[in-house]
Ligand binder design. Structure first.
Ligand code: AMP
Ligand code: ZN
Length: 117
């Protein structure tokens, strides 16, 4: 529930202070395995920039938001789940069930996932 980067678990992973199983990284994003996977493939894609949640994005963030969608597809191809498909989920704030306040997208696949919406 960190609002400041110094308290933020995902900033800690990005800075290399907290270990994670990194599956992809570039100048804009990092992607690593979720510590409590709910499916055979469960990866978190996070911008390197600390943005607390989707409601805090600005027009300047459009580039990284679009980039995340491409990275999700790229990781899905690498992980072998592109053909059968997957879910790409952002939990936004309290009603969305967000726990960690550093913007992230869950890439989930490798099994048939329940219909949510
Ligand atoms: P959310 O509810 O969208 O905020 O989800 C946060 C996710 O972060 C959960 O699926 C957690 O299992 C995951 N998580 C928490 N701590 C870590 C960590 N140190 N490394 C990887 N994933 C984590
Ligand atoms: Zn952060």
């Amino acid at each position: 529930m960190a609002d400041l980067p110094s308290d933020c678990i995902f900033c800690g992973i990005i800075e290399g202070k907290i270990s994670a199983k990194v599956v992809y990284q570039d100048e804009k994003v990092m992607a690593f395995e979720d510590i409590k996977p709910i499916a055979p493939v469960h990866i978190l894609i996070v911008p390197r920039k600390h943005i607390p949640d989707l409601t805090k994005t600005t027009a300047e963030d459009v580039d990284v938001l679009g980039h995340i969608q491409w990275v999700a597809a790229e990781i899905a191809r690498q992980q072998g789940i592109a053909e059968r498909g997957f879910k790409l989920v952002n939990n936004c704030r309290a009603d969305g069930g967000q726990v960690i306040y550093h913007l992230h997208y869950h890439l989930i696949g490798g099994k048939l996932l329940k219909y949510i919406v």
